[in-house]
Each structure stands twice: as C-alpha cells, then as structure tokens.
Write a protein that binds this ligand. Sequence first.
Ligand code: HEC
Length: 119
Amino acid sequence: MMLVALVAACGGSKSEKETAAPELSTAQLASIGKTLVDNSDCKTCHHPTNRIIGPSHTEVAQKYEFNDENIKMLAARIIQGGSGVWGELPMTPHPDLSQDDAEKMAIYVLSLDGEERKK
Ligand code: HEC
C-alpha cells in the first residue's frame, strides 16, 4: 500500500500568523507607536508638548488613564477622526491605519506622561 504524502501545499493562513505574533512589552509597543506617529501626518497638527492645531500628545496622555479601554478608544479616534473633545477643530480620520497600528500609536501617546499602563 502506498502512503502518498498528502502533505501538500496548505500554505499558512492569515489567522495563523496573527496568533503567532510574539507578546511585546508596553515599552516596545510604544516605541513602534512613536515610529508610526513620526512617519504619519500627525505632526502637522500635534506637537509632543505644545498645543498647535490639535492638543499636544502629552496633554492627551494626562487626560486619559493608561489602560486597555482608552487604548482602544483612542485608536478608534485616530482611525475615525474626532471632534468636540478638545475644541472646535476636528481631527481628520486615518482610514488606512490598521487597528493594530492605531493601538500602538495610542500606547505611545498614552505613555508620554510617564504613567504606568494598567489593565
Ligand atoms: C488635521 C490635523 C490633525 C492630524 C493630521 C492629526 N490630528 Fe489628532 N487631533 C486633531 C485635533 C484638532 C484633535 C482634537 C479633536 C477633538 O477636540 O475632539 C485631535 C485629537 C487627537 C487625539 C485625542 C482624541 C480624544 O478624543 O481625546 C489623539 C490621541 C490624536 N489626535 C492622535 C493623532 C495621531 C496619532 C495622528 C496621526 C496618525 C493625528 N492625531 C493626526 C488634529 C489632527
């Protein structure tokens, strides 16, 4: 009897890749987030410490507790845009950002006031 190797090309699925992602520390995530912010258009409107068109990202960090709920909330604001929290001017949406990258940006922003991340 022939045991034909049926180990054919069942190339890795996308979902497999996601679960295989290594756990990164908050500091690592914040550092990736900083790079993403630096390479995006954020600095047109945000300065780390001075209010220009948008609030400084340090002010944002001081306003919100550094926890998972606020990371998700701010990531959604970064993707969808927002208005009315800091003033009249709206923040433009960033629909091309993935939820994952937007969360890393939010982690970076929330880390700016030196607060420890909570669960
Ligand atoms: C066109 C100008 C503009 C750009 C570009 C911009 N922002 Fe904003 N951002 C704003 C304004 C204005 C606000 C305040 C909105 C409000 O009052 O709700 C804001 C608010 C925020 C907040 C706080 C949201 C809240 O609800 O408190 C975060 C976080 C933020 N921006 C991150 C980013 C990041 C990260 C980027 C780059 C991907 C970015 N912004 C790009 C103008 C901008």
